[in-house]
Design a protein around this ligand. Structure first.
Ligand code: MN
Length: 492
């Protein structure tokens, strides 16, 4: 166990410069004592699971708070240690995150009825909205759980795999961690569709093999060309994930014809700057002609909704075979692998004046001045606002909802178009009855203002007020507000 922890520490030292190693050691000792003697169904000790979880968080270069919370994430649920003890020892930030991870764990995403399912997803988003690090830890936790899923009873395997495919993989995608999305899907695939998985795996194997050899050949050619032009780049092949291959094979226009899939193994080229991306694109097209109509997708000029950036081009490669080439900077690559965490890390490093060379190596100390919290607030707003995100979760019902905060940080969800009066009655009838004004993010707004996700809403009270105003019924949208307002006027 000690050696496993040493391995984790050295990873943290090299990837998360500026991490507080002593606190991480304390968290490890604390967890080790609390979980002493506990084993998982796989036979591994619980500590191994915690170290694996923390190790993924370190890969994402997250901060000390995240890694500490990662080591402690199962304590409240599985030991007699309390949240208070965690707060006393590691501070309230860690406690809030551990509490969030525990809460999400308690939400069962298996409602039989679609409605119940949506309700549970909504609860999950509410927990997440407090601190995005909660969901990053949950993803790391889920990833390791999926790797050891075969030790669980059959029924549990199916439920967890389904949840992973329908909730956690789309979440990872939305957070821009494309790599994790693909890995989670591939881990869930055999549990949910065993026959299809077996078929795709064996049927595609020789094609993968062929494609790899072919990409190696293309790689040698383009490397020579780039060297001639003085372009410094790293190249490698990347294999398509199986689950995503299966989906593509099932599309009507592909109709299980694997020779129509050109990115089975893609050639990936990493360079230092955006300028170099376009220079490399020029070199690629000089030696291999782009496929008409299928040609180039420039996700640098027009990034995908989740922030993904790269240039993809399909070309007639060596021997006239079609091949996909993906060109991106090291920074874009980091982002695609590590999602929002890398985003944050890069922004910090750049503003701290870290050199391009260091950036390309991906090793640098974060600047303390820019806080996690600031970045997270921005991301939280985006995550609750985004229709794309909800669409990815397949729950349109949620796109008709907004999420707002009380001054104390409690989250309330309301229908789109909700006003401060709707908010007030949702919080408490008395708050609605006495509402006289409203501040949103500190600024005064009219009572018929339409609230937006992520806003902090504060209701100003008039203690002498006895009843709501009749006019309010012209603009409120919630049942509760309507009912409460009507109550006062039906009586008289
Ligand atoms: Mn866990």
């Amino acid at each position: 166990m000690e050696t496993e922890f040493e391995t984790l520490l050295s990873k943290i030292k090299s990837l998360c410069l500026g991490a507080d190693l002593q606190t991480i050691k304390d968290a490890f000792e604390f967890a080790k004592e609390a979980h002493a003697g506990q084993n998982r169904l796989s036979g591994e000790s619980v500590i191994t699971h915690l170290l694996e979880t923390a190790s993924i968080l370190a890969d994402w270069r997250l901060d000390t708070t995240s890694i500490v919370a990662g080591l402690l994430h199962d304590i409240v649920e599985d030991t007699d240690k309390t949240l208070n003890q965690i707060e006393n020892k590691f501070g309230s930030e860690v406690a809030v995150i551990v509490n969030g991870v525990t809460k999400i764990g308690e939400i069962k995403l298996r409602g039989r009825q679609e409605e119940e399912f949506v309700e549970n997803i909504r609860k999950m988003i509410l927990v997440m909205a407090h601190d995005l690090r909660v969901v990053l830890i949950k993803l790391a936790d889920r990833y390791h759980n999926m790797k050891t899923l075969s030790f669980l009873p059959l029924e549990k395997q199916k439920r967890i795999a389904k949840e992973t495919l329908e909730v956690y993989a789309p979440l990872a995608e939305r957070l821009g961690i494309g790599e994790m999305k693909g890995k989670l899907e591939d881990l869930a695939f055999p549990y949910l569709y065993p026959n299809e998985f077996a078929w795709v795996k064996s049927f595609s194997a020789p094609y993968y093999h062929q494609a790899e050899e072919y990409v190696d050949k293309a790689k040698a050619t383009i490397e020579k060309e780039m060297e001639k032009e003085g372009l410094i780049a790293q190249t490698h092949g990347r294999s398509k994930h199986l689950y995503s291959l299966w989906h593509k094979l099932m599309r009507p226009e592909v109709n299980k014809d694997i020779t129509k899939i050109y990115d089975l193994v893609a050639l990936r080229i990493l360079v230092n700057s955006i300028r170099d991306c376009y220079a490399v694109l020029g070199e690629v097209h000089k030696i291999w002609k782009p496929v008409p109509y299928e040609g180039i997708s420039d996700f640098i000029a027009v990034p995908k909704p989740n922030g993904y950036r790269s240039i993809h081009t399909k070309v007639f490669g060596p021997d006239g075979r079609i091949i996909e080439v993906q060109i991106r900077t090291y920074e874009m690559h980091q982002e695609a692998e590590n999602g929002i965490a890398a985003h944050w890390h890069y922004a910090q490093a750049k503003s701290a004046g870290v050199s391009d060379k260091k950036l390309s190596e991906g090793v640098f100390a974060p600047d303390e001045k820019l806080s996690w919290v600031k970045q997270l607030v921005a991301w939280q707003k985006e995550i609750v606002d985004s229709r794309e995100f909800l669409k990815a979760l397949k729950f349109d019902a949620l796109s008709h909802r907004i999420f707002v905060f009380s001054p104390k940080g409690d989250v309330f969800d309301l229908p789109v178009g909700a006003t401060p009066i709707d908010f007030a009655f949702t919080v408490h009838t008395a708050l609605g009855d006495k509402a006289a004004g409203c501040r949103v993010n500190g600024k005064l707004v009219p009572l018929d203002y339409k609230l937006k996700s992520g806003e902090m809403v504060e209701i100003l009270l008039d203690k002498n007020r006895k009843a709501p105003s009749r006019d309010w019924s012209n603009f409120v949208v919630t049942q509760i507000a309507r009912r409460e307002i009507a109550k006062h006027f039906n009586k008289s």
